[in-house]
Design a protein around this ligand. Structure first.
Ligand SMILES: Cc1ncc(COP(=O)(O)O)c(C=O)c1O
Length: 401
């Protein structure tokens, strides 16, 4: 019945590339088998106690039980701007330059919906966090891609980035209106410094495009590295917005709290679309999020330190098992090229066999874009004991190649 009516838009979303791994994981668990799971960027630690306490206290107040404010309660928007002032030394207006979002993923998708029309064009490096790409696809926009390159210290090859971006702007018709960047990068953990953003902002003004910068992993920086914000660059507010999430820095992934700050025209579009679509996050969660941003920040350092230690342990243990990995400077991921002896399998087949035979789940790089082929992403969400167990399984697995 009604076969002639098709839902064309949803067809633009392909089958989720990670579904194959998830299905194997699920069937293993149903059979009572253990999978050591490095596949998702889902923090395993608890939300800090003082944030939960505030949620409970606030949830007991009946005045907080009604609809909230779609762009976020004023107190939280002020806390966001104060956080930026303390952390990056910049001044933002809580009314016109900040919007609370239901996690940064929701914020990003709705921002793209609000500012893009069918036929518009955006530039997104490859590989990328999949929704960075598919939000534009869902909006009927075109996406121009080029390969991200980095050095042995996981730093972006800036010259190559700008040469390729310039080429994409010159060669594409219509000329791209948007450029999406995400550093520290998911999935590669590649990092940048402030001079990268200075150059990007200058180019945006000259070539006339808007920038969306995602800094979900800004606080998870190691080894003396500190991730910058594009907002630190003079004039960034003319051309850029930045998205951030409490999911990673405060172990609050399930809470769904994030925000977007920056350019008033883009923030106004986001606030407007959200005023039509939602009534805001449950007020007590917004109050508790205010405490997260304003309260003691030692918990953030502790969370970053946990990932850093796990990365050290994993790189060493997997190296001893026969898989040499490049360490990260930031994020909660290691981006690893396939072990030499397994390179012929490709990232999907390697990930499936690693899970079925060694009980280790990772994300195949091809799920993040064509240029992700040859790699897998390892999320540091298992504890050190489980990492060592994984290394033992890995060693036995690699013997067959
Ligand atoms: C780069 C990047 N941006 C955004 C998100 C989404 O975070 P949130 O939980 O705020 O939706 C993720 C989640 O993994 C991510 O990796």
């Amino acid at each position: 019945m009604f076969d002639e009516i098709s839902f064309d838009k949803i067809k633009r979303l392909p089958k989720y590339v990670f579904a194959a791994i998830n299905e194997i994981k699920l069937s293993m668990r149903q059979n009572g088998e253990d999978a050591i799971d490095f596949s998702m960027g889902n923090p395993d630690g608890p939300t800090p106690e003082h944030i939960i306490d505030k949620l409970c206290e606030s949830a007991r107040k009946p005045k907080n039980h009604g609809y909230s404010v779609s762009k976020g309660i004023y107190k939280l928007r002020v806390a966001i701007c104060d956080w930026y002032a303390r952390k990056y030394g910049i001044t933002l207006d809580p009314n016109t330059q900040a919007c609370v979002t239901m996690g940064s993923k929701e914020g990003y998708v709705h921002l793209v919906q609000a500012i893009t029309s069918p036929g518009d064009s955006a530039v997104i490096p490859d590989p990328a966090y999949p929704i960075h790409y598919y939000a534009f696809v869902l909006s009927g926009a075109n996406v121009v891609r080029f390969g991200l390159e980095w050095n042995e210290k996981s730093e972006l090859c800036v010259e190559s980035f700008f040469a390729q971006l310039e080429n994409a702007l010159r060669e594409s018709f219509p000329k791209p209106k948007f450029v999406v960047v995400n550093f520290p990068h998911n999935p590669t953990a590649v990092v940048v410094y402030k001079d990268f953003y200075e150059r990007l902002v200058a180019m945006a003004k000259k070539e006339r495009f808007y920038i969306i910068s995602d800094i979900a992993y800004a606080d998870l920086s190691f080894d003396g590295y500190q991730a910058p914000s594009i907002m630190e660059v003079e004039g960034a507010l003319d051309v850029a917005v930045e998205t951030y999430t409490l999911s990673k820095s405060y172990n609050m992934a399930g809470w769904r709290v994030g925000f977007v700050v920056g350019n008033t025209k883009m923030i106004d579009a986001l606030q407007k679309i959200k005023s039509w679509l939602d009534y805001g996050i449950y007020t007590p969660m917004q109050v508790a999020s205010t405490i997260a941003l304003n309260g003691p920040q030692q918990c953030v350092q502790d969370i970053a330190r946990t990932y850093e230690k796990r990365m050290e342990v994993l790189a060493q243990a997997f190296g001893e098992a026969g898989w040499e990995l490049q360490k990260s400077r930031a994020s909660m991921f290691i981006w690893a090229s396939l072990p030499r002896q397994c390179a012929h399998l490709g990232s999907m087949e390697f990930s499936k066999r690693l899970l079925q035979e060694a009980k280790i789940a990772v994300s195949p790089g091809v799920g993040f874009g064509e240029k992700g082929e040859g790699y897998v992403r390892i999320a540091l969400i298992e504890n050190e004991k489980r990492i060592r167990q994984a290394a033992k399984n890995l060693k036995a697995f690699l013997k067959q190649f």
